[in-house]
Design a protein around this ligand. Structure first.
Ligand SMILES: Cc1cc2nc3c(=O)[nH]c(=O)nc-3n(C[C@H](O)[C@H](O)[C@H](O)COP(=O)(O)OP(=O)(O)OC[C@H]3O[C@@H](n4cnc5c(N)ncnc54)[C@H](O)[C@@H]3O)c2cc1C
Length: 505
């Protein structure tokens, strides 16, 4: 192929799972597609914890675009049967443990300091934690196998729009390339390329959430269950083993995630509340040490941990919240994670990315000449992604407000689980899917806005009484009641939910 003359229907920048899966779906739909990647695979990437919604979308993409092998990655069992060499972990659900400064974790028989929400009924059917280095590299091998043009270690330097075509310039192996395409997709996972090529700024100002993360991969992180057992804390009425879930340790100034892979590596990260001024002033090492000193179990868990070879260091994210001012323009569109991000709490990222990917591919397939009403459809997509970001922002910001008061956190998080169930049910009934988490539904918006105001009033006083916690929990129980098919906040559940992913009646 003469790379200086080749014309593509669509060029995609970025070969994370969004870029590669979009390339595969478009290729299968008959487009001539190329992918340009700045880095090289395998490479470290964060964003590992999948959900039932993400799995449903993988299955749907697999069927719709005749990518049957993709189906295997939508459940732990079929992943292991087909590709045990691609590392992942079992993720049976969402587990939360509340830690208090200076105290080791403790709880009671009502599980007052724990919340376990199962998303699957068995390990075989379980969601997964993706080792992104492995999974993304596999997807890149797939695009090559489908003969999709792929360049890595390539730095895009310019894009010029001439007569309905883009001329995309990039540097690769010391050579300057210029490729032509009719349409360009930015799947670079951040706002920098859109700012560079299309002068579209990425903003953070209108978010309620303000958080940043310190994270890496570690060896030798002990099982949390062994810590619980050493304290005589019973796990016998747990719906699953929390070491095989998205495990959250809630602190007063934020939270820590622990995602275990089946090679015993663990993804560990602290996500901290950037509204707390002294946290922003500390460097990564001091923050890490401070959290270990303040929370005895953080120290216990991390004391023998060593950094995994990749990435081999603790990464500090800076403020996580960002949103492009525009998600599309003349002849281009950005994928959801490129458009914006809120925070890893509730693991919305993969599903939100895949939900957006479905819409982008459908819009392009419906407008093969990239004309007609494509711009209108992309405007609808932009509105959807912006609304989804707003909803996730409310959900996460409320969770940070509630974090010091576990009962409030517990009640608040049920809004997220309710919205996921609503969306899952829609998909399972084959109803047309609209916005991720039903972010366009007035009843969803009303639930979250009114509850957020109430929560802000309560926590804004600086203390919350037990009676106030109970009243707030009652309020959430009432408002989710019409949609609550999983017994959420049922007092008899004792914070242990055995299966919340939607099942059809
Ligand atoms: C701290 C943190 C924790 C997260 N945890 C979770 C989680 O637990 N669960 C979840 O669902 N989501 C999570 N997410 C979100 C998740 O990371 C994203 O949803 C996911 O990575 C999106 O994939 P992507 O392919 O769109 O982008 P990315 O994974 O970011 O991939 C982008 C690709 O583009 C390449 N690239 C970048 N710039 C250029 C350029 N100029 N030219 C060419 N290529 C370029 C990069 O090298 C990379 O390969 C988390 C995010 C963060 C920040």
């Amino acid at each position: 192929m003469d790379k200086h003359k080749t014309h593509f229907d669509i060029l995609i920048a970025g070969s994370g799972f969004s870029g590669t899966l979009t390339a595969l779906a478009l290729h299968q739909s008959g487009f001539k597609v190329g992918v340009i990647e700045r880095g090289a695979h395998p490479r470290f990437a964060i964003g590992e914890s999948s959900t039932p919604i993400a799995d449903m979308i993988l299955r749907s993409i697999s069927e719709k675009y005749d990518l049957r092998w993709l189906h295997n990655f939508s459940r732990y069992g079929s992943w292991q049967h087909s590709h045990p060499e691609i590392v992942c972990g079992i993720k049976r659900g969402f587990s939360y443990y509340k830690h208090y400064p200076g105290k080791s974790f403790s709880t009671n028989t009502c599980h007052d300091n724990e919340l376990l929400v199962a998303a699957s009924s068995s390990d075989e059917r379980s969601d997964t934690n993706w080792l992104r280095a492995d999974f993304d590299a596999y997807l890149v091998e797939k695009i090559k196998a489908y003969q999709i043009a792929y360049w890595e270690k390539s730095e895009i330097t310019g894009a010029e729009r001439i007569n309905d075509r883009w001329a995309i310039q990039f540097n690769h192996a010391g050579e300057v390339f210029s490729l032509s395409c009719s349409f360009f997709i930015d799947a670079t996972g951040g706002g920098k390329l859109a700012a560079q090529l299309f002068s579209v700024p990425s903003v953070s100002g209108d978010f309620h959430t303000h958080s940043f993360a310190l994270f890496s991969h570690f060896e030798n992180i002990p099982r949390w269950v062994s810590v619980l057992e050493s304290r005589g804390i019973s796990t016998k009425d747990y719906p699953y083993d929390p070491d095989f879930s998205a495990l959250h340790h809630l602190l007063d100034e934020g939270w820590a995630w622990a995602l275990r892979f089946n090679n015993e590596r663990t993804s560990w990260g602290f996500v901290l509340d950037g509204r707390v001024p002294y946290l922003l002033q500390m460097n990564t090492e001091d923050l890490w040490q401070m959290l270990e000193q303040k929370y005895p179990d953080m120290k216990l868990i991390l004391k023998d941990a060593s950094l995994s070879e990749i990435p081999g260091r603790v990464i500090s994210s800076g403020r996580l919240q960002r949103r492009l001012e525009s998600a599309y323009g003349d002849g281009w569109v950005a994928m959801p994670h490129t458009i914006g991000f809120v925070d890893p709490l509730f693991s919305t990222g993969i599903a939100y990315s895949l939900a957006g990917m479905e819409r982008v591919v459908e819009a392009l397939c419906a407008h093969r000449d990239f004309g007609g009403s494509l711009a209108e459809q992309l405007r609808d997509y932009e509105q959807a992604v912006f609304a989804e970001i707003r909803l996730i922002d409310y959900l996460v910001a409320g969770a940070y407000k509630a974090m010091p008061y576990f009962r409030l956190f517990n009640a608040w998080s049920m809004l997220y689980f309710t919205f996921t169930i609503l969306y899952e049910r829609r998909r399972m009934k084959n109803l047309p899917v609209n916005y991720f988490l039903e972010a366009d539904k007035p009843e969803v918006q009303k639930m979250v806005h009114t509850s957020y105001e109430e929560l802000s009033r309560l926590t804004g006083k600086g203390f919350v009484t037990e009676q106030e916690e109970e009243n707030f929990t009652d309020r959430i129980r009432q408002i989710i009641q019409p949609y609550n098919t999983a017994g959420l906040l049922n007092p008899g559940s004792k914070n242990m939910y055995f299966h919340t992913a939607a099942a059809l009646d």
